[in-house]
Design a protein around this ligand. Structure first.
Ligand code: SF4
Length: 366
């Protein structure tokens, strides 16, 4: 059964203009109430299924808006319901401005062994463009303090593809990264989602992301730069210095393993069905107060749908998929140009160029 637990913490200090995650700036629920609901939700599943998760992941939102003591209490309540003795990885997403050395030390004490720090950029100009409240200096300090507190498995999030960002700018950011004790990086191309303020700005011509040619230049600069620093790509946007630093939790998603998502807007997958909690705190709370599973949508996947999902998720990784899933579905010259053998030749995975045009290739495949 569930091999990982994801907990969504839907609170933010302010809303970033590019973000389409579910989070609220002023919440109808206090942190204590939310904690109670998360425990209640876990109890619903713990009563029905026996499972021993290997990973626990706190994402958001801004989980670091809440103090480490919140997670100490939450994890001790979880431990009363589920056997956590097999957990190998406990991650929390942290915004650079939230925690100081003392908090990082407390997180270690509570049992966290992996941090994902929302650096986004080491350039103040880019941080302003992204509407972030921290500075590049603060981001560096957060990484250093986390390391000082004893975190070895440190990941940073980076966003690239900003207006007027050239390969030189990106190289300068990677130079900063090189001087920090970071072993994992998630580097995302800025995506302009509908219904975000950034989308409206782009429509009004006030925000001009790079065109395809510029994106391609930045992409290859990023790949080359990260590889020079010793990072190896293992997923479309994820890079680790060694295999042991790959995100075990995220690998569950990409390998289509079952996980349980708790909290407003969280998704779950039991190997057959997917379900999503409401993107609404009041609704989430109401259902749980009646002791009902809060899921707003449930998708029973057919064999065909399961196969497609598996294919889509696995092709995000450099583990790829069995050859037969690709060969025969795409012309041989396309396979030759955009794929490489993986897993000792049993599988095929995208090459660098394949990842760049993966959206197009995936739509051809399914
Ligand atoms: S802090 Fe993160 S979750 Fe919150 S609005 Fe910004 S990007 Fe979104």
């Amino acid at each position: 059964m569930f091999e990982g637990i994801y907990v969504h913490v839907p609170f933010c200090g302010r809303k970033c203009p590019y973000c389409d995650f579910f989070s609220v700036v002023s919440s109808p629920l206090g942190a204590g109430e939310y904690l109670g609901l998360l425990v209640r939700e876990l109890r619903l599943y713990a009563d029905r299924y026996r499972f021993k998760p290997k990973t626990v992941y706190f994402g958001g939102g801004t989980p670091s808006l809440l103090k480490p003591e919140f997670y100490e209490k939450l994890l001790s309540e979880f431990a009363k319901l589920v056997d956590l003795s097999r957990v190998e990885e406990i991650t929390i997403e942290v915004n650079p401005e939230s925690y100081s050395l003392k908090d990082f030390k407390k997180l270690r004490e509570v049992g966290f062994n992996r941090l994902s720090i929302g650096v986004q950029s080491f350039s103040d100009r880019n941080l302003r463009l992204l509407g972030r409240t921290h500075s590049a200096e603060r981001a560096k300090r957060a990484v250093l303090e986390a390391a000082e507190a004893g975190f070895e498995n440190l990941s940073v999030d980076l966003i690239w593809g900003l207006p007027d960002q050239g390969p030189d700018d990106l190289e300068r950011e990677l130079e900063v990264l090189d001087r920090l004790p970071v072993v994992h990086a998630s580097a995302y191309l800025l995506t302009v989602y509908e219904e975000t303020p950034l989308f409206r700005l782009r429509e009004e011509g006030k925000f001009r992301p790079p065109d395809q040619e510029e994106v391609e230049k930045l992409y290859f600069t990023l790949l080359r730069g990260l590889r020079e620093l010793g990072f190896e790509r293992y997923e479309v946007s994820n890079f680790a210095k060694e295999k042991r630093y790959r995100s075990l939790h995220n690998l569950l998603y990409w390998r289509s393993r079952p996980w349980l998502g708790l909290g407003a807007s969280a998704w779950s997958f039991d190997g057959r069905r997917r379900w999503a909690n409401p993107r609404d705190l009041r609704l989430y709370a109401e259902r749980l107060r009646r002791n009902e599973p809060p899921a707003a949508q449930v998708f029973d996947l057919s064999e065909e749908e399961l196969f497609k999902e598996k294919l889509l998720m696995a092709l995000r990784t450099t583990e790829g998929v069995p050859r037969s899933w690709i060969e025969g579905r795409l012309p041989p010259e396309v396979v030759k140009e955009f794929f490489v053998p993986a897993k000792g030749g049993k599988n095929l995975a995208f090459n660098d160029r394949g990842f760049l045009v993966s959206n197009y290739l995936l739509s051809e495949l399914i």
